[in-house]
Design a protein around this ligand. Structure first.
Ligand code: PDD
Length: 285
């Protein structure tokens, strides 16, 4: 069956899906997005992702272009049409199409696109079993990365730099040398029996996977702390992780030249992953 995407009210074949050249998402990155994980044909933490989407929209003075009910209906159709059992849904809303002008256009309807993608569970399991390598780079992003906006050039450059060093993720360093987060994930270290991640502020995205993992840690009575950490703390860590909708809880085994633990996923990795999995809210489609 061929792949189908949703573009501004229409279901189109993936190959013929197009947006206008004056879409403000294309010209200004003027829009927001969400990535929802699909796990066993269900949406993971759907309500939390929708709440964050509404917050991102409101911070940019934008509105949902369709009702919440119809958005759920279209997401559900995309998952079903494309037979996605495990993978993701990418949903993007831009401020719409208008003749290029920096200020907001009047009476322009926002553009909405929804794309579904299957992801192999085996690939994920293999990555989890091996762990990933991370390199660091300066955090060059704007000062409102709490908004999940389309403004992703700095993360693109960071991820490419990581890739060229044989790493799968980049951790971003603020001006004081503290790690803010990954280019597309939240960052964690496990040190002295405590899992540590940076507190929520305008300088990180408030990850849904991060919040779900924290719920799981509380349930399992695993010690955690929201605190800034730097590369010296990384050196003293026995384990490290990233979290995101697509990576779930993924062990990190090297940061630059620092080997984490024994250079393989540590003894707590399965625990933390299970804490996340058991705290997920799954929505049937
Ligand atoms: N990225 N931090 C950044 C900068 C991110 O881009 C993401 C997610 C996260 C984790 O958020 P969540 O747990 O809600 O997925 C943190 C998505 C997956 C992406 O851009 O593809």
């Amino acid at each position: 069956m061929s792949r189908v995407v949703f573009v501004n009210g229409e279901y189109l074949p993936y190959e013929n899906s197009k947006v206008h050249i004056e879409d403000r998402g294309y010209q200004f990155a003027d829009g927001v997005y969400e990535v929802f994980a699909v796990i066993d044909n269900k949406l993971a933490d759907y309500d939390a992702h929708m709440s964050r989407l509404l917050r991102s929209l409101s911070e940019l003075n934008m509105k949902l272009p369709y009702s919440k009910k119809s958005i759920f209906f279209h997401i559900s159709n995309i998952v079903k049409h494309n037979l996605i059992s495990n993978g993701l849904v990418y949903l993007q809303i831009s401020r719409g199409v208008a003749s290029r002008d920096f200020k907001f256009p009047n009476n322009t309807k926002s553009s909405l696109i929804i794309i579904g993608k299957n992801m192999s569970l085996d690939e994920h399991t293999n990555a989890f079993d091996k762990g990933i390598n991370v390199s660091t780079t300066r955090d060059l992003r704007w000062k409102r990365v709490d908004i999940k906006s389309l403004n992703l050039l700095a993360p693109v450059l960071a991820k490419q730099a990581a890739y060229e060093k044989n790493c799968q993720e980049s951790w971003l360093l603020d001006d004081d040398g503290y790690i803010t987060e990954g280019s597309s994930s939240n960052a964690w270290i496990y040190r002295d029996g405590t899992l540590i991640t940076r507190p929520v502020s305008n300088s990180i995205l408030n990850g849904i996977t991060r919040s779900t993992l924290i719920r799981g840690l509380k349930k399992r009575k695993i010690k955690y702390k929201e605190a800034k950490f730097n590369l010296d703390d990384v050196k003293k860590s026995s384990e490290a992780f990233i979290t995101s909708a697509t990576q779930h809880v993924m062990p990190v085994v090297r940061v630059n030249s620092i080997k984490i633990g024994k250079g393989v996923p540590g003894p707590r990795a399965l625990d933390f992953s299970a804490a996340y999995m058991e705290s997920l809210k799954l929505t049937e489609l």
